[in-house]
Write a protein that binds this ligand. Structure first.
Ligand code: ADP
Ligand code: MG
Length: 292
């Protein structure tokens, strides 16, 4: 990879709201470096059976309650599906978890001990909460391999000097991630030449390079072909257990393939929770969402 591309890519990554910092020390020696050493993904306290919980969370935009006393919790290794009509607050909920939006009230905890409301977006990413936005944001001029490599090269010093050597462990991880996201045969291809679905998998792969404890995925199969959607379902099924996943989707076939517990969000709060069959049979859910 040329230094120019590496530098440009690195800058973009930093600018991106989803910029992933790792537990590696940064050169700043500032709050983030200290913090990264303090909490690494393995250290999240899940002894109370929750990787994430929100309690009574509310946020208003110009007087409009986008999130209204929302309470929710996710178990370690769980794959939780979130459905609900447009405007229900699904994306805003992810904005709150990842530190992009500050709630007006309520609590948001990562494990039992980490109060996420005390941290900034980059710090939250560094703790092991990865977020996939709707639109793929891979670096089109770089190869698949280089994109994954870049996701590891989060140390600013490394980016500046352009001397980035993969350790044996990094190489193993990269190889593993390539297999997981079904792109092992495409490692040398330019990301710009991938299909839409493959770009989405690559972006998930970039998140996986950071080995996140919790992955938030906002409408991951939108725009995918049926075959890509099915492969994505299989991918998520292989990720659960090792990671906790929160998946927002409208595609009910996809939800049916992957879901255990489904949460229906409406007007910024939980309307119903249960198996897909249970929530689909719920009169209130039919009225606000499924019956449209
Ligand atoms: P969903 O993802 O479920 O479709 P959103 O979380 O995007 O819903 O939006 C919930 C509501 O909050 C919508 O009515 C939306 O217009 C509003 N909203 C979201 N973010 C902002 C913002 N930054 N400023 C003003 N209104 C917002
Ligand atoms: Mg949304």
């Amino acid at each position: 990879m040329t230094p120019d591309l590496m530098e440009e890519g690195a800058k973009r990554l930093e600018r991106q709201a989803s910029a992933q910092a790792t537990g590696r020390a940064t050169e700043s020696g500032g709050r983030q470096a200290g913090f990264s050493r303090l909490v690494t993904p393995g250290e999240v306290d899940t002894t109370h059976g929750r990787i994430l919980y929100l309690e009574d969370v509310s946020v208003s935009f110009d007087g409009f309650k986008a999130i209204n006393k929302l309470s929710l919790d996710i178990a370690p290794g769980e794959l939780r599906c979130i459905i609900g009509p447009n405007g229900a607050g699904k994306t805003t909920m992810m904005d709150i978890i990842t530190g992009k939006t500050r709630p007006d009230s309520g609590q948001v905890f990562f494990g039992s001990t980490i109060d996420l409301l005390r941290y900034r977006e980059a710090e939250i990413a560094a703790m092991g909460i990865g977020r996939k936005f709707q639109k793929p944001t891979v670096f089109e001029q770089l190869t698949v391999f280089e994109n994954l490599e870049l996701a590891l090269a989060t140390d600013k010093r490394v980016r500046r000097s352009m001397v980035f050597t993969l350790t044996g462990e990094d190489k193993d991880r990269l190889g593993e991630v390539l297999q997981t996201i079904h792109l092992a045969d495409s490692a040398a291809r330019l990301a710009g030449n991938l299909s839409h679905g493959q770009k989405q998998w690559l972006e998930i792969g970039m998140l996986l390079m950071q080995d996140p404890r919790l992955l938030l995925l906002d409408e991951p199969v939108a725009g995918m072909t049926d075959e890509e959607t099915e492969r994505t379902a299989q991918l998520f099924l292989t990720l659960k257990g090792k990671h906790s996943l929160m998946v927002v989707e409208h595609d009910m076939n996809f939800i049916r393939t992957i879901s255990e517990k489904v949460t229906v969000l409406c007007d910024g709060a939980v309307l119903a929770e249960g198996t897909l069959d249970q929530v689909q049979a719920d009169e209130r859910v039919i009225e606000v969402y499924l019956g449209r």
